[in-house]
Design a protein around this ligand. Structure first.
Ligand code: TYD
Length: 391
């Protein structure tokens, strides 16, 4: 019962920042989005093979994002206080900002990108360079025993086969253990029109409603939901085996989603119309500015901006350059539209009139850093929740 509601056109791999010699062989796929009327899950139609995305060249290094490092530190402290786990496993541990808050001896990392799993291994953590599967959960169980806490951030929504994913968790979780994972919230995306959360790495976009159905189908009980502000609005999901008390936050979220219309296809058709309008307005805004001789730069070479730039066909005609704090992205070009990426230090921002917020989710952090730009008359552009210019 999969019904397509959105066609974003041809897209490259959102995080595959590239050099000029890679332009001719760049990979593209059709980015279409559909809804499963049975489980209520929103997914992209044609999945990209994970090996193409998550490999040794994967550039998204979480420790580079200071607000996220703080976020994971606070999360780890809260989980220790609430659940006091003796053993911890992280799925998609990246370069370790969450797991490093736990003891090396009792923690296990699973990370398919070799560049990152090597980092946590060097820090003394048991690190498996692997995708998360039931087969791997068996292997880990035989080496390390069952886990009291299985955690994942911005990772479960990357995995195609959710039944196998949840089955693997159930297999490795101790009887009174807890599975905690956080991913962008479909409700917040629909509310804010932030269609740029849709890209190859997010084969699924989760509502609490869909997760409740899928976890139940795999013998896990969703018992708590935290609504978070990270990544433009995420949900932290808590699940356990067996009969656990389901907290009020679950019913609250299910009700909120139901009132919004998560269970009706028409909601997704309305969203698709809003996305088309957003594209038209953003192009109108940028083209007007260019027509009036203004110079535009983007801050944050994000996966999100890969979606926006490719869907709206925004290239160097409209945005001269992107700055990003990630060393691995600097000196490269944005996927598909090939806008050059420089470090913030290599650019005199006062040469520009407008900053497009590729990392709109860090709007306050960026605005705070760029006070001089604003004092000199510079303005910001965002498309979330609607296209607007502000200072
Ligand atoms: P994020 O919003 O997590 O991106 P994605 O859409 O790829 O998941 O990443 C933010 C990006 O923006 C990251 O590459 C670092 C960069 N960045 C800056 O360049 N300047 C800043 O001030 C901040 C906060 C982030």
């Amino acid at each position: 019962m999969f019904k397509e509601f959105l066609d974003l056109g041809r897209h490259p791999i959102a995080n595959a920042f590239l050099r000029e010699d890679g332009f001719d062989t760049e990979f593209f796929f059709d980015l279409k989005v559909c809804w499963d009327g049975e489980s209520k899950l929103v997914s992209i139609k044609d999945f990209v093979e994970p090996e193409r995305i998550f490999n040794e060249d994967y550039p998204y290094n979480t420790s580079n994002s200071f607000p996220m490092v703080e976020h994971f530190k606070r999360t780890a402290e809260m989980l220790k206080k609430d659940f006091n786990p003796k053993t911890v496993l992280e799925i998609g541990s990246n370069d370790g900002p969450f797991i490093t808050n736990f003891d090396r001896e009792t923690s296990v990392c699973v990370e398919p990108c070799g560049n990152f799993s090597l980092k946590t291994a060097h820090m003394g953590y048991q690190s498996y360079t692997s995708f998360w599967t039931t087969e791997l959960s068996e292997k880990i169980k035989s080496h390390h025993g069952k886990m009291d806490l299985i955690y994942a951030a911005n990772c479960i929504c990357h995995i195609h086969d959710l039944d196998d994913t949840f089955n693997a968790v159930k297999n490795l979780l101790s009887d009174d253990g807890v599975f905690v994972f956080e991913d962008p919230s479909l409700l917040r995306i629909l509310e804010r029109g932030s269609y740029d959360q849709i890209y190859d790495e997010h084969p699924h976009i989760f509502s609490v409603t869909a997760l409740n159905n899928l976890l139940k189908r795999n013998g896990l009980t969703l018992f708590r939901v935290d609504n978070l502000s990270v990544h433009g609005g995420s949900n932290r999901i808590y699940a356990a085996k067996g009969n656990v008390g389901v907290e009020q936050s679950v019913a609250d979220n299910l009700t909120e989603e139901s009132i919004f219309g998560i269970n009706h296809f028409q909601t997704y058709e309305i969203f698709a119309k809003r996305v088309e309008n957003s594209k038209e307005e953003l192009l109108r805004c940028l083209k007007n500015l260019k027509h009036n001789g203004k110079k535009i730069i983007s801050i944050g070479a994000t996966a999100k901006s890969t979606t926006v730039f490719n869907y709206c066909k925004i290239d160097t005609e409209l945005i001269d350059v992107i700055t990003d704090t990630t060393a691995e992205k600097q000196g490269k070009f944005s996927p598909g539209m090939h806008i050059p990426i420089l470090s913030r230090e290599d650019v005199n921002i006062l040469d520009y009139d407008y900053v497009y917020l590729g990392a709109w989710n860090f709007k306050d952090v960026i605005a705070n850093k760029e006070r001089e730009f604003v004092e000199n008359g510079g303005k910001f552009i965002t498309h979330v929740p609607q296209v607007m210019v502000f200072s």
